[in-house]
Write a new protein. Structure first.
Length: 113
């Protein structure tokens, strides 16, 4: 989302969860690149599972067009994730190849003597 007013912050997610207000479908689904891990300091007891929430009322209100748009958005997001993963896989394979070459060079160096 480019508009910072549409940015979903952890505070918005927590507020929505505590108030019982549903957010837009898939608005809280994020893909986190795993090349950079972040440590999140948040008490585990606050992440506890509450009783299931009935969303049938929401689903009954969604029309075919909204459903179609949601599916299209979902497919686009999945495609973007696959593209990212493909690029990341190529990067990791290159890193692995370079590391193996370094190890081989070190091994060759020590076997030379």
């Amino acid at each position: 989302m480019d508009d910072s007013s549409n940015t979903i912050t952890i505070e918005k997610v927590i507020s929505a969860g505590l108030s019982g207000q549903l957010m837009q479908p898939r608005s809280t689904r994020h893909f986190f690149p795993f090349s950079k891990f972040q440590q999140i300091n948040y008490p585990l007891q606050l992440l506890g599972r509450e009783s299931p929430q009935d969303v049938s009322e929401y689903l009954a209100k969604i029309n075919d067009e909204e459903c179609s748009i949601a599916f299209e958005d979902w497919l686009k997001e999945i495609s973007e994730e696959l593209e990212f993963l493909t690029r990341r896989k190529e990067e990791v394979e290159k890193e692995m190849s370079e590391l193996l070459n370094r190890v081989k060079n070190v091994d060759d160096y020590f076997h030379f003597f």
